[in-house]
Design a protein around this ligand. Sequence first.
Ligand code: XMP
Length: 505
Amino acid sequence: MLILDFGGQYNQLIARRVRECGVYCEVKSYKTSMDEIRAMKPAGIIFTGGPNSVYLEESPRISKEIFELGLPVLGICYGIQLMAHLLGGGVTTAATSEYGKTKTFYKSSCALFDGFPAEGISWMSHTDYIDRLPEGFVSAAHTADCPVAAMENPARKFYGMQFHPEVMHTENGLKMLHNFLYKVCGCTGDWTMESYAETSVKAIRKKVGDGKVLLALSGGVDSSVAAALLEKAVGNQLTCIFVDHGLMRKNEGDEVEAAFGNSGMNFIRVNAGERFLGKLAGVSEPEEKRKIIGEEFIRVFEEEAKKIGTVDYLVQGTIYPDVIESGAGDAAVIKSHHNVGGLPDTVDFKEIIEPLRPLFKDEVRKLGLELGLKEYLVWRQPFPGPGLAIRIIGEITPEKVAMLQDADYIFRDEIAKAGLDRDIHQYFAVLTNMRSVGVMGDGRTYDYTLALRGVTTTDFMTADFARIPYDVLGSVSSRIINEVKGINRIVYDVTTKPPATVEWE
Ligand code: XMP
């Protein structure tokens, strides 16, 4: 499937839902040329939502030629309005906007709504609506305020929904997408991680031949899965360099070594903790910390790579959300993200291999399990490239690193014990640069305040703070205070993103 992005906020979600149905899809900007679209040979096209009004001159449009390709088209939200507008229907501003859960009546004979009740809740978010259907179309759903909540032209396989089938608030939304994919477009659902592993192992073997492959292993999910895949494909032609910058979570360096150090690949661990801490001494500005770590990382990596000599391929763990370009243009850079494996462009190699490029995170995890990686590696929560350096506010010292590692370990341990580790998408401790007065035993303390952060999110672009039960927070707090010297106060971060970010720096 080709998903044409018109700038809506749920675009990646549409793609993930399509993949959940076992159908491969790609998200492209609405500016993609007709020639490119033809060359992709999709089974069908989905127009996403978007924040604009189709009747305004500056709104994103697409050539009418798209309807002459002989392909099924499904328009969602802005997408249905665009379809109506381009095909000669009318779109105008409604007296009442519809927002949120809305009772909707479906036409059961419409292919999209086949197989479930004709009445249900859908998730609406619109002010414009279709007041005149284009020729050849009939309404396929309505609500109290919206006469065309869905429309169809089955002869040409054109469909539209004003509501969002991709969000979970729409009852049977996934079934609607499934119906479009299978009943209208004729997809068969052969996109599985088992078949992906098989085909990419073959493709990698063919490409690499007897060449040498180099991979920067961070121990994160993406680089670990990439390593497992490459190891399966080319075995000891692969060398993994794991730069341990000393700012990993407690025990993590050893865990990575245990997972990969004894497999068939060549595994090099560089213990560069002192070197990184040396460079970071006296630095407290967040962007500067990030820059220093990024640059130092490349330097260490290069030094190791030089020892290996020329390699033919460099593996990068890029995944699909990094690749998708928003149809609405570039987002502002809030933080200079550093991803290991994303930077060393001065290493001598012929070509880059990005074996996870088409995959979403949940697919990467499935692939990891398919390849036999341990659950704890596959389910590891996201960890920033610069590591604990951006979770220690202000200057970094070895003592602070140790303090934070211990406190963070206790937090994670208690969350796991409470069975919350899969529900909270990311959780960690932050060592603030603030000290306050406390009392312990009979004495006054003047120690650091530790902040706990836990978030729930689908894409890390927005996030809510996790509602961790007070009892759990209580156990974490008392354990940290009792077990970690130098911390005498614990606070929980209750800000969403935006306005805050997930990390503190
Ligand atoms: P923010 O703090 O930007 O974080 O809201 C969003 C997600 O990105 C992770 N993060 C990073 N990941 N390199 C990474 O690979 C980085 O430099 C980096 N900075 C933040 C963060 O942990 C969260 O999951």
